[in-house]
Ligand binder design. Structure first.
Ligand code: DU
Ligand code: SF4
Length: 227
């Protein structure tokens, strides 16, 4: 799957943006070769807990080629995962930094960096094929999901329905601390879905979201996943 994903060029605006950022670069990273392609999910393919963000950051995942790696959002996310025992180290700087996740996979509903961190609804729907495939891959072992922010929440629920879980109607609203249990529609296990404010600087610099709050959600979701 990841091999095909990294060659995807279905969204012309995002292809142009991810490649332009990779050429122009941020001054602090001018000696680095940016990834500049779709960023695959990170973590084992038999994960029990899935973390769903928004999209790679222009100078984070779009630079390093790994989800939440090399930006402030990822600094908090991986420090929190390490604090609750789900990562072997608190830092994430590059694809070969030795970071390993335990039973956890990290992905996003849009795999290419968007301008202003805002994918269009069409781009979200176009990238849906990849989250569908990732859920198919993970569904035998998946027991819980942490969704970071309202965009991921909107994007994920239709895919969860198709992947074999019953979503209540009306669909639960996103909120920090929201917890929904989805029964399986066929064979399989229930899925526990947890809402968490996104770990972006907009939330963390303002104090709306603290690392302790992220750790609390991850800890609940890890327990729900049997980790
Ligand atoms: O090829 P692999 O060793 O299964 O690893 C795929 C991918 O997932 C790699 O980037 C390391 C990561 N990973 C992990 O973080 N934790 C695991 O337990 C296994 C793999
Ligand atoms: Fe392909 Fe998704 Fe990137 Fe669009 S956002 S080009 S569908 S990988």
């Amino acid at each position: 799957m990841d091999g095909e994903l990294i060659d995807c060029r279905r969204c012309p605006r995002l292809v142009a943006w991810r490649e332009r950022v990779a050429v122009e670069k941020r001054a602090a990273f001018r000696d680095e070769t940016y990834w500049g392609r779709p960023v695959p999910g990170f973590g084992p393919a038999d994960a029990a807990l899935l973390i769903v963000g928004l999209a790679p950051a222009a100078h984070g995942g779009n630079r390093t080629g790994r989800m939440f790696t090399g930006d402030r959002s990822g600094d908090m996310l991986y420090a929190a995962l390490h604090a609750v025992g789900l990562a072997n180290q608190p830092t994430a700087v590059s694809r070969d930094d030795g970071l390993r996740l335990r039973g956890v996979r990290v992905t996003a509903p849009v795999h290419c960096a968007p301008p202003d961190n805002k994918p269009t609804p069409t781009e979200r729907d176009t990238c849906r094929r990849w989250i569908d495939e990732e859920l198919r891959l993970l569904s035998p072992t998946l027991r819980s999901v942490v969704v970071l922010g309202g965009f991921g929440w909107q994007a994920l629920f239709p895919a969860l329905t198709d992947a074999g879980w019953a979503v209540p109607r009306p669909r639960p609203k996103f909120g920090h601390g929201t917890h929904v249990v989805l029964p399986p529609t066929g064979v399989g296990s229930a899925l526990e879905v947890f809402g968490c404010f996104h770990v972006s600087q907009q939330n963390t610099f303002t104090g709306r979201l603290t690392q302790a709050m992220v750790e609390a959600v991850l800890s609940d979701a890890g327990r729900a996943a049997g980790l």
